[in-house]
Design a binder for this molecule. Structure first.
Ligand SMILES: [Zn+2]
Length: 147
């Protein structure tokens, strides 16, 4: 099977990204990502929705953000691991939880967003772009573009 593969502990859902190389990723330090992951930040990749094919039971959780955007989160229907989400503000784009990729140990984090919510013990490298809140999509995409 070609492409970039991912999945998680229970094995019920697997997914493939139609990419030749691993995507570049960013870290989101916002409070939602902290509480949802139970960790300091989430590590994510921004991808065309058409590049992702998942097999297995997917559960969906839809929420409306305070700004009126609809976010649809997809989880494994068995172990409820978060896999990816889409947002009505960015049609055709999915945000994949990069830690679920089989080759997550090879990923780079090339941008940080919501750094004002960053855990104080975490020191970010000086040469990686960061935004105190959410980054404008065009700027984030530029930071994530393959080099
Ligand atoms: Zn976040």
């Amino acid at each position: 099977m070609s492409g970039i593969q991912g999945g998680f502990r229970c094995g019920a859902v697997r997914y493939t990204l139609a990419l030749d190389a691993l995507p570049r990723t960013y870290a989101c330090h916002c409070r939602d990502c902290q509480t949802w992951s139970g960790s300091a930040f989430s590590q994510q990749a921004f991808l065309p929705e058409a590049s992702l094919v998942a097999t297995g039971p997917l559960a969906e959780f839809e929420l409306t953000t305070p700004s009126g955007r609809v976010s649809i989160q997809r989880m494994c229907g068995v172990c409820h691991t978060r896999i990816y989400n889409s947002n009505s503000a960015r049609p055709g784009v999915v945000v994949v939880r990069a830690g679920t990729l089989d080759r997550s140990d090879e990923l780079d984090v090339v941008a940080h967003i919501w750094t004002k919510r960053k855990q104080p013990w975490l020191k970010l490298p000086d040469n990686v772009p960061g935004w105190t809140e959410g980054a404008p999509v065009a700027e984030l995409l530029q930071a994530l573009a393959p080099r």
